[in-house]
Design a protein around this ligand. Structure first.
Ligand code: SER
Length: 592
């Protein structure tokens, strides 16, 4: 079916308006009331006070299209469906209707409005646990609508539980809708839980009945809510039967402009990733700068994410021949595409172009010298690990975001000592940003605090993995932390079972619940070893090292920084366990 992004937005709003919903406009991308996250990541996020019971001026039924940014999967941008910016179509019941209305409406919208083939729809429902019972009622509702029994899958918390958006707040079990791409099953047990690409998620209905507290416990909400979200780009891709989100009308003009400016083509398999990365990152940057509470590139918080996106776009762009000034022209195309739906972009058109050009100029001034420095560094490196202090010099003197150094290093078969980088980073911040730090007093979290908590979680998880897998070969092979998630590579020869994943999560959450103090001591490497501390890169340690002890849960040689107590971490969740390379597994995990 031919359907444009504009038609889809209109269809969505009309469908819910006809069912008593009040359309509301998209909130800012920069959350106003939640200092624990940098960007609005879902449609429900700006609605948290109302989901908790405050009356909304629009009533009990709302619908909208919300601008969202999620950078947790930035490495995956370039494939068919991952984007760092997306639009979420959403509708809400604030203590009004519940499952009996929402499930049939979802089926109706998908099959009658979007004309998706009912035979190819698959849904997942919550299998139940100690917090919330098995959702047989929702499964029955789906069956009544016409979904075949074999296309209804029961899954656990990892897949069928949503929220909260920050570390605390409303959440609940959900039912997710997927479209079968027609690819063959990857294995006997292939289901929407697999990321083999057979099933693409299109919509998520959350039945929001709980509030998650700071200590990780759940208490019932005063009202039962419905919170649903459909990713506009993925929905368009499915409805139109396209191979990627970059083939939809919100991306085609951007891709064409990049092709025209660079001379590269998406049909060239060597260029397609770079074109998509530029398209995605410039689109996201345009929305961040052009937001009603827009920010400009900097070294902290949202400004730093923006800087990373722009510099990553420029690095990929230069590999396909994009030049000075091209990125601002690409952002202009983004503004055109969204001029109707998001008029704030058009109002900031000049500011967006100016900021992108400025950032490009700042980056280019140091890029060439930085690359020379990087090449020199690699030439004289004695091991395969780039020391933290060198990565920090590239960051501080040449403006290389850490993950850019990591990516460049990877291309040469090197790793980067990320803990060492973080230690330098923190030292530097303490020296030069003491004043700026003041504004984070009073419990607000900044990027540094978020990464410190994830760093603490990494230590707890490392120890938990060693215990649960009970295998002497389990050891850290790499670590990468962004404010949104931790990524941890470790040596182990096979996939973990769901039970093992759960056991690791439980151990980490037990350590968090115990709320033990995190103690840092300086001692010699020998003493640290004698005390049984885990040492990650033993060869590079000097005479004295710092050892971080977290009660009985972890003791590790490390440069820091860390949280002060494990109780600050919230709730720990593993979102992915996959192969990284031969004999190495990769885990992505978050604190909620
Ligand atoms: N909050 C849910 C999600 O982000 C549904 O809107 O998927």
């Amino acid at each position: 079916m031919k359907l444009t992004s504009k038609e889809l937005r209109n269809k969505w709003i009309k469908f819910f308006k006809d069912r008593g919903h009040t359309p509301i406009s998209s909130a800012s991308l920069i959350p106003e009331n939640d200092p624990t996250v940098l960007f609005t990541t879902a449609g429900m996020h700006p609605l948290v006070p109302y989901l908790l019971g405050q009356p909304h001026p629009g009533g009990k039924r709302l619908c909208d299209t919300q601008k969202c940014v999620r950078t947790g999967d930035i490495d995956e941008v370039g494939d068919a469906s991952h984007c760092t910016f997306f639009e979420m179509l959403g509708n809400w019941s604030l203590g009004d209707y519940f499952k009996d209305e929402m499930v049939p409406w979802s089926y109706e919208f998908l099959t009658e409005e979007l004309k998706l083939d009912p035979e190819r729809l698959a849904v997942t429902v919550f299998e139940g646990d100690k917090d919330c019972p098995r959702d047989e009622h929702t499964a029955e509702l789906w069956e009544k609508c016409g979904i075949k029994k074999e296309n209804i899958f029961y899954l656990g918390k990892k897949h069928n539980w949503w929220g909260p958006a920050g570390q605390t707040g409303p959440c609940g079990s959900d039912t997710e809708m997927f479209y079968d791409t027609g690819k063959p099953k990857c294995c006997e047990t292939c289901s929407p839980a697999c990321d083999c690409g057979k099933y693409v998620e299109i919509w998520n209905d959350v039945f929001m009945q709980f509030n998650k507290n700071a200590d990780g416990s759940f208490s019932p909400l005063a009202q039962k809510n419905v919170d649903t979200g459909m990713g506009l780009e993925r929905a368009l891709m499915n409805v139109q039967g396209l191979k990627s989100v970059y083939d939809t009308d919100v991306f085609v003009p951007i891709v064409k402009k990049i092709e025209q400016l660079s001379g590269a083509s998406v049909t060239d398999e060597n260029a397609v990733k770079a074109i998509r990365v530029v398209a995605d990152h410039i689109r996201t940057s345009t929305f961040i700068i052009g937001d009603e509470r827009g920010v400009t590139p900097s070294n902290v918080d949202q400004g730093y994410i923006l800087r990373r996106l722009l510099r990553r776009a420029i690095r990929f762009g230069s590999s396909i021949g994009l030049k000075t000034g091209d990125y601002a022209q690409i952002s202009d195309v983004v503004v055109e595409i969204y001029a109707d739906a998001y008029p704030e972009l058009a109002a900031s058109r000049d500011k967006i172009a100016h900021e992108i050009n400025e950032e490009q100029a700042r980056f280019e001034r140091t890029l060439e010298n930085g690359m020379k420095e990087f090449e020199k560094l690699c030439k004289f490196l004695q091991t395969d690990v780039i020391p933290g202090k060198s990565a920090f010099r590239l960051y501080d003197t040449y403006g290389f975001p850490l993950e850019m150094t990591v990516e460049l290093a990877k291309e040469k078969g090197f790793k980067v000592d990320i803990d060492g980088f973080n230690a330098r980073f923190e030292e530097h911040r303490n020296l030069s940003h003491a004043g700026a730090e003041q504004r984070f007093k009073g419990g607000l979290a900044d990027t540094g605090e978020l990464t410190a908590r994830l760093h603490t979680a990494t230590h707890l998880m490392h120890q938990a993995l060693k215990q649960v897998l009970d295998d002497p070969t389990v050891n850290q092979r790499g670590s990468n932390i962004t404010p949104e998630r931790l990524r941890f590579d470790f040596s182990f020869g096979r996939a973990m079972t769901p039970e093992e994943v759960k056991a690791v999560e439980d151990r980490v959450n037990d350590a968090i619940k115990a709320d033990v103090e995190i103690v840092c001591e300086e001692m010699t490497v020998e003493d640290a070893k004698a005390q049984g501390a885990v040492g990650l890169f033993t060869s590079k340690y000097g005479e004295k090292v710092k050892v971080y002890t977290m009660g009985k849960y972890s003791k590790e040689i490390c440069g820091g920084p860390h949280a002060s107590r494990t109780g600050e971490l919230g709730h720990f969740k593993i979102v992915k366990e996959q192969s990284s390379s031969a004999g190495v597994r990769r885990i992505k995990a978050v604190l909620e």
